[in-house]
Write a protein that binds this ligand. Structure first.
Ligand code: HEM
Ligand code: HEM
Length: 558
């Protein structure tokens, strides 16, 4: 025990020391000027030129007007653009497959969430089928959002960004494709197993180990090409998104393998390991993928580099230093040693460092340009998502304090926070990224721009009702549970209107997802009017010729 305390305290002190060493090295310029790395996502003459393949011609004009009205049309540098086109083409099949699967899982997961939600205020509804009972449909929802929607979308977006950012074609795309198929087999097997009543019984780790095997092999096959591409990169500086993606792809397999290894942990150790995984999967898998996308698309759409490249590196390294020990805050009040909980609370507060580094950087990049959100569908989703990252993280740090957690633990307040993080932040960033990427993958514009707006307003409205309802309901529930004069059943009954509000909000979100999925599949079938301007980096090939010619229009950057 003493040795364990010593080791954990030692790692904490080491993390703080590492932070200071890191800041000092940056101050001495050991990480380079930063400026060169920040602008490498733009080609010559591209700074000041806006880009959003999801925007209509009119929206793009307004966006340019809002950002830099005097900016001349970009002269397409043909060698650069041709290289980027090859990078895009090398990943387009595998990106298209990953994103299609992610959208399919999103729809299924949303219906599972909605059914689970309705059951919490109408417990007698649909009780005839065992697989529809709350104990099964809830983990089906959680695992489908985590490993189906969020992971598949994150991998698809990462797979598209890496060749672009490294200016190199994706190496070994066929391994990634095989990996995607195996991952899907694992999710399908795991979901069917839960529906049939087989579960490992640990939250986030419910899939039986037999279903984990194809996921582990599939995950490794997906990660392999990204690492190979990294080794063959043609750029000198690594843009911050590359740091996040590469680290996430390294951290996640370790977490998933250790946490799912059968017969390794028991009792209190198992609970501790469960939440070591439960929080690290959020902070060291979803968060890096979401931030990597935000760091690329915000500057790209606006046509201006991020506010401070060094701050972005500070955000990345401090996340790496402080995240791995925060999981204990899920067990506050549980039968685990109090020193372990205290360390996790201290680390949770230290998380303010990376969170504010990211928040200041991303918000200062957008500051003064909020009008751009009116015209860019991509930016609307991503900037809102970035704001919700800050909100979820600050809320999370406060929620980790014992005084607050005593009220919120075991209540719906935690579920509201969970959706602020994984939905408000991560899913919104993924929606925006998919809107940007798909026109480039399919070489086809989004057929009906009004459907993008309908998706945005439905999910924003639905999520606002969901989050507000559960935050208030959960807080009152917590206060009632702590009051010795209130019978427990009263603390349950008072939540009913808030749970009904969640079902209304969740139904709107599900409707929004259906609109998104329908639009996505229309895009897949190249349905709707033929408008290719924003979708293409180069003009279509003339009949019988193989050479591509670059578009002299704006919107040709990496
Ligand atoms: C500084 C950053 C953050 C801290 C310190 C933090 C802290 C917390 C705490 C204390 C809980 C509640 C534990 C409990 O009472 O059971 C929690 C739950 C949760 N958080 Fe965060 N959070 C942070 C950021 C995030 C982000 C960015 C996401 C999403 C990407 C997220 C997703 C979740 C989820 C999904 C849960 C529910 C887990 C479960 O019970 O299944 N959090 N977080
Ligand atoms: C992509 C969209 C979504 C994501 C990423 C997501 C994520 C999550 C997460 C991480 C949890 C675990 C929360 C915790 O243990 O604290 C959860 C639980 C839940 N979600 Fe979702 N969710 C999504 C959409 C929805 C929708 C549309 C509904 C519909 C109402 C919904 C209803 C629920 C319910 C009822 C639970 C169980 C809460 C409980 O056990 O008290 N979710 N979701």
């Amino acid at each position: 025990m003493d040795l364990t305390v010593g080791v954990l305290l030692g790692t904490f002190i080491l993390s703080v020391l590492a932070l200071f060493v890191f800041i000092a090295s940056m101050a001495k310029g050991l990480f380079g000027s930063g400026g060169a790395a920040a602008v490498q996502i733009f080609d010559k003459d591209e700074m000041g030129a806006v880009e959003d393949p999801a925007a209509t011609k009119k929206q793009r004009g307004n966006l340019q007007e809002a950002m830099d009205p005097g900016h001349a049309q970009v002269k397409g540098n043909s060698r650069e653009v041709a290289a980027r086109l090859r990078a895009d083409q090398s990943s387009s099949l595998v990106v298209g497959v990953c994103l299609t699967l992610s959208v399919f899982w999103l729809v299924l997961a949303s219906f599972a969430g909605l059914i689970a939600s309705i059951k919490l205020h109408m417990p007698d509804w649909w009780v005839g089928q065992a697989w529809l009972t709350f104990g099964r449909i809830r983990p089906i929802h959680l695992n489908l959002v985590a490993y189906g929607w969020c992971s598949m979308a994150g991998i698809g977006v990462a797979m598209w960004l890496i060749p672009r950012l490294l200016k190199t074609e994706l190496v070994g795309a066929k391994y990634a494709l095989a990996g995607g198929v195996l991952w899907t087999v694992g999710i399908t097997a795991g979901t069917v197993a839960i529906a049939m009543g087989y579960s490992d019984g640990l939250e986030w780790l419910e899939y039986p180990w037999m279903a984990d095997i194809p996921m582990i092999v599939g995950g490794a096959l997906v990660g392999f090409p990204l690492w190979l591409t990294l080794l063959r990169r043609k750029v000198e500086h690594l843009y911050v998104s590359v740091w996040y993606i590469a680290a996430g792809l390294l951290w996640f397999p370790i977490l998933f393998l250790v946490a799912n290894w059968p017969g390794l942990h028991f009792g209190v150790q198992q609970a501790t390991m469960n939440w070591w995984f439960g929080h690290n999967v959020l902070g060291l898998w979803f968060t890096p993928l979401g931030l990597a996308a935000a760091y690329y698309f915000i500057p790209k759409v606006l046509g201006k580099p991020i506010h401070s490249y060094n701050l972005s590196l500070l955000g990345f390294w401090s996340l790496a230093f402080f995240y791995s020990q925060v999981g204990g805050h899920h067990l506050i009040g549980g039968p685990v040693p109090s020193w372990l909980i205290t360390i996790s609370i201290v680390q949770s507060m230290m998380m303010m460092v990376p969170v504010f580094a990211v928040a200041i950087n991303q918000h200062l990049t957008v500051l003064g340009n909020f009008r751009a959100l009116l015209y860019s569908p991509t930016l609307r989703f991503i900037v809102l998502g970035a704001m919700m990252y800050t909100a979820a993280s600050v809320q999370g740090s406060l929620q980790a304090l014992r005084a607050v957690n005593t009220v919120t633990h075991f209540t719906h307040y935690t579920v509201a926070h969970a959706h602020l993080g994984l939905y408000g932040f991560f899913s919104m960033v993924m929606f925006g990224s998919i809107y940007f990427i798909m026109p480039r993958v399919m070489k086809w514009e989004w057929p009906y721009p009004w459907m993008i707006s309908a998706h945005f307003w439905l999910v924003l409205g639905g999520f606002s009702v969901y989050f507000t309802g559960l935050s208030f309901g959960g807080w009152y529930q917590g206060l009632a549970m702590l009051d010795k004069d209130i019978p427990f059943m009263d603390s349950v009954k008072l939540t009913i209107p808030y749970l009904e509000a969640r079902s209304v909000g969740g139904a709107l979100m599900t409707l929004g997802h259906l609109v998104f999925a329908l639009h996505f599949f229309m895009m897949g079938w190249k349905f709707g009017p033929r408008r290719l301007g924003a979708a293409l980096l180069a003009t279509p090939e003339p009949e019988g010729k193989s050479a591509t010619k670059t578009l002299p229009a704006r919107g040709v950057s990496a």
